[in-house]
Design a protein around this ligand. Sequence first.
Ligand SMILES: Cc1cc2nc3c(=O)[nH]c(=O)nc-3n(C[C@H](O)[C@H](O)[C@H](O)COP(=O)(O)OP(=O)(O)OC[C@H]3O[C@@H](n4cnc5c(N)ncnc54)[C@H](O)[C@@H]3O)c2cc1C
Length: 399
Amino acid sequence: MAATRTIVVAGAGIGGLTAALALAAKGFRVVVMEKAERLEEAGAGLQLSPNASRILVDLGLKPRLAGRAVTPESINIMSARAGGEIARLPLGEAASFRAGAPYWVIHRADLQAALQAAVNEHPDIDLRLGCQFEDVTAHAKGLTVVQRRGNARQQELAVALIGADGIWSSVRHHLFPEVQPQFSGLIAWRGTLDATALPREYTSARVQLWMGSNAHLVAYPISGGRQINVVAVVPGTWNRPGWSAPGEANDIKGAFASRWPATARMLVNAVDEWRRWALFTVPDFGEWSAGSIALLGDAAHAMLPFAAQGAGMAIEDAAVLAKALGDSAGDNTAGIPAALKRYGKSRRARVLQVQRAARQQGRIYHLAGPLALARDLAIKTMGPQRMLARQDWIYDWRV
Ligand SMILES: Cc1cc2nc3c(=O)[nH]c(=O)nc-3n(C[C@H](O)[C@H](O)[C@H](O)COP(=O)(O)OP(=O)(O)OC[C@H]3O[C@@H](n4cnc5c(N)ncnc54)[C@H](O)[C@@H]3O)c2cc1C
């Protein structure tokens, strides 16, 4: 296929792989450059709400995810202060039917493996592992993208470059070097455990969200229900970049040792091996593109995890990007900068709204004292259906 139809995607995370499939479905040849030698587990579980799962279903991924993704029956909101459940938001088949797509909880590695298998089977996608995006220059024929594999450099002629290379994005640095991720003062700890290690009533298909003073805890089944994913978010000063630094189990166990109900402590104590990552965000910086280069996913808008939408927004970005380029580019490369601008413009407002919602949700989860009491009462008064309806603007989104 001619270079006039080649798009380079830097990064083979959830965003980059989804973008590759969506762009190939619009008739582009896609080269995906991924610096890692292997795509392997990083970050454990993900919740994917219908706004994101709908796109994956449309890309034909449902059969590949069968047996791996779990559809939870409910989100159980638990209060550490009250010591138990304060609301149960119904999900399951009824909610999937209503939203026209499932709510899934899934191991990140399972989703990435399904995306990678689909990418590998696609004749127009060339996934290059162990290839780092290094540089790009623009000229009359489009872009020359430089990749590095070990000491060897190789060039690729392309009509567009998409930076899906995560929060520490090199592509973003190339375009907007002044933009720096900001440390939130929060650290996410995560671990998985074998479902058989817990009493059965704690391993059913549901998302447990425990809200406590200055901390929260989330647990849900992944890998077809064989494992339980546990994530605890607490304040801290350790702020090294990365997804998977080992964490000292006693530190996180200590944070939950007092004033947390027995069930929450049991979940934390049951995990043997903890990984931690410092939570950074990318502040809004206006444009997401310059010329024929655009950003996608965490590279453009890494957010706090409280709305469980970071990967969801990357998946939405991929679908909107492919539509914008597919609609306007044809064989004419002159239309690409305008299409990328339209993509960024149409995504930015929604992503800002979701980022704000995530921040606000975080503050609510971590309330202490009388404010936590008021929160618990407000949630009870509102009731599960109204609580769930508050998410409609996120879940009902369509390309
Ligand atoms: C605690 C926590 C819980 C979360 N839970 C959820 C959730 O429930 N639901 C949800 O939707 N989101 C969740 N998220 C957010 C989600 O994990 C991220 O938003 C999402 O993974 C971002 O995907 P991405 O493809 O943009 O970036 P990444 O997944 O970071 O992928 C970037 C890729 O680019 C590669 N790369 C980097 N530099 C280069 C280079 N120079 N050349 C080539 N390749 C390069 C990297 O190796 C990597 O593979 C959570 C995040 C955290 C921290």
